[in-house]
Design a protein around this ligand. Structure first.
Ligand code: M6R
Length: 340
């Protein structure tokens, strides 16, 4: 049941703190398995990360992090799996909420045949993808009814951050406070995300810009608002926007900038370029503020992605409901995609 919430989507966004808490506790109790997985990653020739939709965005986030740490990691969109030939010595990480997405399943079957080992991260015990994996990791987000992935995305990010900490020999205990940060963020941004969502719902097109690790989050923000509010949104690496996309920008064109605090100065340049053409600027910043945005959401966290995640979801949610749509049942979409 919706337990007093108007939609499953908003209920599930509010369940994110618990989902993350349960997942982190689950990972701590399975620390031997996580360490084994980390060793496999360390010893692999290449780490291929595969997923679809939102799960692909979580995978891209992780893959970029691995690349930064010096690993050879290749992110692939599940439905494009045929472009990659795996080899013995490779490891593939399959990310899927349902654990049933057919393209992910086909992708891991192919890579397994080619000699790769498979790790899965799913939200359903003994899901099809888990059953075909050498190592099964689980998020503990509980059932997600809304078609839009919300708490499961935040939980995927938390799981992958945990794995990154273990890979680096970092301190996993600091992840235990993540759920509190998510709860505080949701309380803090509910009103402002509603305002932004209402404004964006009136637009025909939106750019979501990010750089570095905030790019996958920009991609997720754009997917979410497209999916449930039917507003065309495109995510771009902010620097790449100069190579074509900026020609669309004119007075009132909305640009959402996701700033995780790492590349703020460069993003600020992009903001100014957009602003000079009359763009309406919305920024979601963590740890470092930006200047000259029309509306800024500012947060602080050691794990920027985790707090940005509910913000972009809430913006999409409010854009959808302000247009009178049911965000739980977007047209043309199924919760689980089992056809190729
Ligand atoms: O169950 P999965 O994580 O494999 O699903 C993948 C995508 O179908 C899914 O994330 C989809 O993009 C969501 N509806 C996005 O909100």
């Amino acid at each position: 049941t919706k337990e007093g919430y108007p939609h499953f989507m908003i209920k599930e966004i509010h369940e994110s703190p618990k989902a993350v808490k349960d997942t982190i506790e689950g990972f701590i109790s399975e620390i031997d398995l996580i360490k084994e997985v980390a060793d496999e990653i360390k010893n692999a020739n290449r780490i291929i990360v595969i997923g679809a939709g939102t799960s692909y965005h979580a995978g891209l986030y992780f893959s970029l992090q691995l690349q930064r740490l010096g690993y050879t990691s290749i992110p692939i969109i599940a439905s494009e799996y045929y472009n990659l030939k795996a080899k013995k010595g490779d490891i593939a990480l399959a990310i899927s909420q349902s654990g049933e997405t057919i393209d992910v399943l086909q992708g891991i079957r192919k890579m397994k045949n080619e000699g790769a080992k498979i790790i899965s991260l799913t939200n359903v015990i003994e899901s099809a993808i888990a059953r075909e994996s050498d190592y099964k990791l689980y998020m503990k987000a509980g059932p997600e009814i809304g078609v839009a992935a919300t708490k499961t995305f935040t939980t995927q990010l938390a799981s992958l951050l945990f794995l990154t900490e273990v890979l680096q020999g970092g301190n996993i205990n600091k992840l235990e406070k993540l759920h509190q940060e998510i709860r505080d963020t949701i309380t803090k941004v509910e009103g402002i995300t509603k305002r932004i969502g209402e404004k964006l719902s009136k637009k025909a097109n939106i750019y979501y810009l990010g750089r570095g690790l905030s790019l996958p989050l920009a991609m997720e923000g754009a997917l979410k608002i497209k999916e449930i509010a039917y507003v065309h949104a495109e995510a771009y690496p902010a620097g790449e926007s100069k190579h074509g996309p900026i020609s669309l920008v004119e007075k009132g064109f909305p640009v959402v900038i996701i700033n995780d605090g790492e590349l703020t100065d460069l993003l600020q340049n992009n903001l100014m370029e957009m602003k000079a053409r009359g763009a309406e600027i919305y920024t979601v910043s963590v740890n470092k503020k930006m200047k000259d945005s029309d509306i800024e959401i500012y947060l602080e966290s050691e794990f920027p992605a985790i707090v940005i995640s509910p913000v972009i979801q809430l913006i999409a949610y409010y854009a959808s409901v302000s247009k009178g749509y049911d965000p739980d049942k977007p047209r043309n979409l199924a919760k689980t995609v089992t056809v190729e």
